[in-house]
Design a protein around this ligand. Structure first.
Ligand SMILES: [Zn+2]
Length: 91
């Protein structure tokens, strides 16, 4: 799974519409993410695919964009998912 696929999968879980990465984007050069956290492996989604994200939602997608490494992370991802499904404005 590529980082972008991870982001797409996470966004789908949260019912967040995301766009295709812009190949001319100056921030991500079409990758769809700007960087990867070397500690956690979380990709940081680029604003070209998630233009209207608030910090909470962005954080949830980042965290869920990679497989959980342990039970604690799995629980945390589930918690984020539950919290954001009610918070995210789907309009
Ligand atoms: Zn971009």
């Amino acid at each position: 799974m590529t980082p972008l696929e991870g982001i797409q999968k996470a966004a789908k879980e949260f019912n967040i519409p995301i766009k295709d990465a812009n190949p001319n984007c100056k921030s991500c050069y079409g990758r769809g993410y700007t960087s990867i956290n070397t500690t956690t492996g979380e990709p940081v989604p680029c604003k070209c695919i998630m233009p209207d994200m608030n910090e909470t939602t962005k954080r949830a997608v980042e965290m869920s964009a990679r497989p959980p490494r342990n039970r604690k992370e799995k629980r945390l991802q589930a918690k984020y998912a539950k919290r954001n499904l009610t918070k995210v404005n789907l309009g």
